[in-house]
Design a protein around this ligand. Structure first.
Ligand code: IPM
Ligand code: MN
Length: 356
């Protein structure tokens, strides 16, 4: 009998539904081509969940994801919900879901497609061949630290990391480095923050167990600069939640568009796969969003969560071929395009190439 997987699908808000539809189109195409079954179960999160249930993370979603083999997620948020109290905002739903799922390791690969070498604002010589894996800690740090409060005359958040939290994310980074060029740059602000000094010490301890991996440390301000100056110096970047959030956005522009980069959030059990970009409410519903980041996230899901590497390879190759053939969504439309296509046309093209 064919293998069968249950995929939780969270479309979310803004362009979320459009890009997820294209990823599902592509998943269906490769699963038919390679003889496995995918069953989808839709769940609510973020603004659409607020509209339907009153909360950004319904209990049904918390329970639902636990019964899936993996979860594919689009994007959440939008101006409609921006004035809500913090704990009722769409973003709180996503943070709560990450915490509930225990997805502490967020892998954000930043690679540059040769076909889009001119799409970056940086010189081709600086970015050609860039291949970075940002390993971002996702369920700790200042996003979750207590105490936190908004008062009339002041406000505060707390950046906390426990030894266990740093150890487990460092282990993920070292294991990934072993599969790559065996170089880790751990990014922190140890010249100012105790929490970063602590982070550095734990990472150093972990390095003893991986003698083949070359470990360096960099302050986050310098890392932001080095990412733009000479991104090829990086192999694996290991960093905390907020620094990873910022640096991965910066790294995405090496590739030419934030609409290209996928991510995988893994940890204790079921993984969450999502593009690194947001819900782009300004272009929602126009059919012009770039679905490639979400389609790549679906490929990461097949590879890392389901072990369907052949299907993942088919998708990755289909994306390259579509770009080689000159198909571009509007965000990258100015660069060596043969044809500007819509979100759903791009999905059709990738699904077609991936099923051959
Ligand atoms: C991301 C996003 C989220 C984050 C927001 C939407 C909460 O920016 O996934 O990078 O900051 O983690
Ligand atoms: Mn972000």
């Amino acid at each position: 009998m064919n293998k069968s997987y249950k995929i939780g699908v969270i479309k979310g808000d803004g362009i979320g539904p459009e890009i997820i539809d294209e990823a599902i189109k592509v998943l269906d195409a490769v699963s038919v081509a390679l003889n496995f079954n995918l069953k989808y179960q839709e769940m609510l999160l973020g603004g659409s969940a607020i509209d339907e249930t009153g909360v950004p993370l319904p209990e049904e979603t918390i329970q639902g994801v636990k019964k899936c083999d993996s979860v594919l997620f689009g994007a959440i948020g939008g101006p409609k919900w921006d004035t809500l109290e913090r704990h009722l905002r769409p973003e709180s739903g996503l943070l709560g879901l990450r915490k509930e799922m225990g997805t502490f390791a967020n892998l954000r690969p930043a690679t540059v497609y040769d076909e889009l070498i001119n799409a970056s604002t940086l010189k081709a010589s600086v970015i050609k061949g860039v291949d970075i894996m940002v390993v971002r800690e996702l369920t700790g740090g200042i996003y979750f630290g207590q105490p936190r409060e908004l008062l009339a005359e002041s406000a505060y958040n707390t950046m906390v990391y426990t030894k266990e939290e740093v150890q487990r994310i460092a282990k993920v980074a070292f294991d990934i480095a072993m599969q790559r060029e065996k170089r880790i740059c751990s990014v922190d602000k140890a010249n100012v923050l105790e929490v970063s000094q602590f982070w550095r010490e734990i990472v150093e301890e972990m390095a003893v167990e991986y003698p083949e991996v070359e470990l360096t440390h960099m302050y986050v301000d310098n890392a932001a600069m080095q990412l733009i100056r000479d991104p090829k110096q990086f192999d694996v970047i290991l960093t905390g939640n907020i620094f990873g959030d910022i640096l991965s956005d910066a790294a995405s522009m090496l590739s030419g568009s934030i609409g290209l980069l996928p991510s995988a959030s893994t940890g204790k059990g079921v993984g969450l796969f999502e593009p690194i970009h947001g819900s782009a409410p300004d272009i929602a519903g126009q059919g012009i969003a770039n679905p490639l980041a979400t389609i790549s996230s679906a490929s990461m899901m097949l590879r890392y969560a389901l072990g369907e590497d052949a299907a993942a390879n088919k998708i990755d190759e289909a994306i390259k071929k579509a770009l080689q053939d000159g198909y571009r969504t509007g965000d990258i439309g100015d660069f060596d395009a043969k044809e500007i296509v819509s979100c759903s046309q791009m999905g059709d093209i990738i699904a077609d190439y991936a099923s051959r």
